[in-house]
Design a protein around this ligand. Structure first.
Ligand code: C2E
Ligand code: CA
Ligand code: CA
Length: 636
């Protein structure tokens, strides 16, 4: 209600202001006309009057013209409406006094028409209706008094003439005013609409560049900010970009619900704001990703800013009476020269973050010159991979998996190889990671799987094939569909095909990974959890996951023969996996000593250079043929 009243008041005030602007020149011209008229009348008095008559008439007309000139200069466009009314009223009164004075000294019935003229002029020049009506009444009253005094016989006639002319004049002036006010109204309406449109556009822009949850600038806004600051160095030092990624946000979001997740993000934003220098620009650029632009004077300042953020994030959050533990990994990079584009600095910080997350979570990594070399290599690999003919350049090799109890090779793990026409041999460790981040991995996987299954078709029936899948392969529903379809079309019994997936991928999104793995096992395939022991090693999840095999990472085998501790770890893992009724494979067995050691610890399946290096499909065929021959000889 009060808002409505306020708007109404605002419009009324603006309308009055506009009316003053419209009427000011009219009143000014009216007054100048009065002034000009009385200057003329004054000179006329000098030729037609003399003695006291001249003195009286001349002084009154001179006074009137001076007063009119002064009045015309007494207001500006921003004067009040009431003042304009008063000025108009004084102008009308001046005219009337002159007229009345004239009739007092020399009555002439022929000149009664001046009263009628005055009724018309004063009505039309009136700013408001009340001023018009008051001027008419006053003028007619003066006219009637004059007629009554000098020639009463004319009174009746002039009552009619006066009334008719007053009605006509007031009608015309009302029409005139209405037209002016209508125009002003339309103008104000248009201005008001424009104001509303501008406000709406501003609001829309604000929403488009602000993260609605944390009220921080969003990704788009942050990129714009970087572009703007690229050409403006800070007052002191140079710009640095911090990329902040929360560790363990997803489990909180999945476990406690999105409401807690949202509140946690708001609390994180608040904590970050407090921790960063006041001049920093903080933004939320992804689900659980934040970025900040800060000015620094040294590399140490940048590293300590990043480390401080990691440290403060270690303190648990209290959200909705739930104590939530998350952490943050931070990547930082700064300009190497004042004109270095901040977009490049951001890419460097992103690369440092990638390293920070790979190293161990909750750490800050600073972008180094050696990172620049790695980034260049990544870029080259990405370009070459996009340009190459995958069918032509990708090949598959196979590494035997040996069963100690059965004393025979029970399967082969397929391993990708890429002989790039541009870069030569590129290791899978390098190009698989690049294909994963560029999204090309699904294509790469399909080409490799088709090739591996084609080779595998001719191998003995008691041999299985293990094939590595990436995160994107299993977190994408369509990709899983395609993998299942390729396997189905090969006609190979699904239980002979085992898919390997690393522990860290599964732990990254347990729910989604479990769902995808279940689709694969439901189709009859086996699953092996790869590189076990390198990531979260969450034993709690292990029994719930639809996996049949666990591959213990090769890092545990190093020095197993010499070190008591390595042996203990392996023994514990073997017994744990066995207690869960799953098969265990020890990876990376390189030497005879290692083989003997793991055998002693109870291992039943091993893979590693000792049992066989990755080999071509032809060599697998040769090896298998040899084995058959050997069996024949032994049984013969
Ligand atoms: P991974 O799945 O753990 O594969 C085993 C890696 O360890 C292979 O390296 C293999 O050559 C190596 N290896 C085997 N025995 C030994 C040993 O005794 N000592 C040592 N030091 N190394 C051994 P590779 O072929 O370079 O593959 C590296 C990684 O690349 C693989 O690790 C896997 O994560 C990935 N990868 C390879 N092929 C594929 C593929 O087709 N698809 C996907 N998504 N990833 C693949
Ligand atoms: Ca593997
Ligand atoms: Ca492995």
């Amino acid at each position: 209600m009060s808002k409505k009243t306020n708007t109404y008041e605002k419009i009324r005030t603006s309308l009055k202001r506009e009316a003053v602007i419209a009427y000011s020149p009219i009143i000014r011209i009216y007054l100048l006309f009065i002034a000009a008229y009385y200057i003329l009348v004054t000179s006329n008095h000098f030729s037609s009057e003399s003695g006291w008559g001249l003195v009286g008439f001349a002084s009154l007309s001179i006074f009137s013209s001076i007063a009119a000139i002064l009045l015309s200069n007494s207001f500006k466009d921003n004067t009040s409406f009431t003042k304009l009314e008063i000025v108009g009223a004084i102008g009308n009164t001046l005219l009337l006094i002159n007229l009345q004075y004239y009739y007092m000294l020399s009555y002439d019935s022929d000149r009664l028409v001046y009263y009628i003229l005055m009724v018309i002029i004063t009505s039309i020049s009136s700013v408001s209706r009340r001023l018009g009506v008051a001027s008419c009444i006053l003028t007619l009253a003066c006219m009637f008094i004059t007629i009554q005094r000098y020639e009463p016989s004319l009174l009746q006639t002039y009552v009619y003439i006066g009334a008719a002319s007053a009605i006509a004049a007031l009608g015309v002036s009302a029409l005139f005013r209405k037209t002016i006010f209508n125009v002003l109204d339309a103008k104000l309406y248009a201005a008001n609409q424009k104001e509303i449109a501008v406000a709406a556009a501003e609001k829309a822009t604000h929403l488009a560049i602000t993260d609605s949850l944390t009220r921080l600038p969003n990704r788009r806004n942050f990129f714009d900010l970087l572009a703007q600051h690229s050409s403006h160095p800070p007052k002191k030092g140079r710009w640095a970009v911090l990329m902040i990624d929360l560790d363990g946000f997803k489990p909180v979001n999945d476990g406690y619900g999105h409401q807690v997740g949202d509140k946690l993000l708001v609390a994180v934003a608040e904590r970050l704001k407090k921790e960063l220098p006041g001049t920093a620009s903080l933004a939320r650029i992804g689900g659980d990703e934040f970025a900040a632009l800060i000015a620094i004077t040294s590399g140490d300042e940048m590293a300590s800013a990043g480390q401080r953020i990691c440290d403060v994030m270690k303190t648990p959050f209290n959200v909705d009476r739930v104590v939530v533990h998350v952490g943050a990994s931070v990547g930082v990079a700064s300009q190497t020269s004042v004109d270095m584009p901040l977009q490049d600095v951001l890419e460097n910080a992103d690369f440092a973050l990638f390293r920070a997350k790979r190293k161990s979570k909750g750490q800050c990594a600073v972008f180094t010159p050696s990172d620049a070399g790695k980034m260049k290599r990544t870029f080259q690999i990405d370009q070459a991979l996009r340009r190459c003919d995958l069918e032509e350049e990708l090949t598959v090799v196979y590494q035997p998996q040996f069963n100690i109890i059965e004393k025979r090779v029970t399967g082969y793990e397929s391993l990708a190889r890429w002989k790039s026409s541009e870069l030569g041999d590129v290791s899978p460790g390098e190009f698989i990671a690049v294909a994963e981040s560029s999204g090309m991995i699904t294509q790469v996987t399909q080409v490799l799987l088709k090739k591996a299954l084609k080779d595998f078709q001719d191998w003995p029936f008691d041999i299985s094939l293990s094939f590595n899948l990436s995160m994107h392969d299993i977190l994408n529903h369509k990709a899983v569909d395609d993998i299942l379809e390729i396997a189905r079309r090969s006609g190979i019994s699904p239980n002979r095909i085992c898919f390997e997936i690393t522990e860290s991928v599964v732990m990254g999104d347990v729910a989604k990974a479990t769902q995808a793995l279940r689709r694969l096992t439901d189709a009859g395939h086996e699953i092996a959890l790869d590189d076990f022991g390198t990531g979260y090693s969450n034993f709690e999840y292990l029994h719930r996951l639809p996996v049949q095999k666990i591959k213990i990472d090769r890092s545990f085998v190093r020095n197993v023969a010499a070190r008591e501790r390595s042996s203990q770890i392996i023994a514990t893992m073997i017994s744990l996996v066995r207690s869960l009724n799953k098969e265990c494979i020890i990876e990376g067995v390189e030497t005879e000593a290692e083989f003997a050691a793991v055998q002693l610890l109870g291992a039943s399946n091993v893979q590693g250079y000792y049992c066989g290096r990755p080999m071509s499909a032809e060599n697998v065929m040769l090896l298998e043929a040899e084995i058959v021959e050997m069996h024949k000889a032994m049984s013969g």
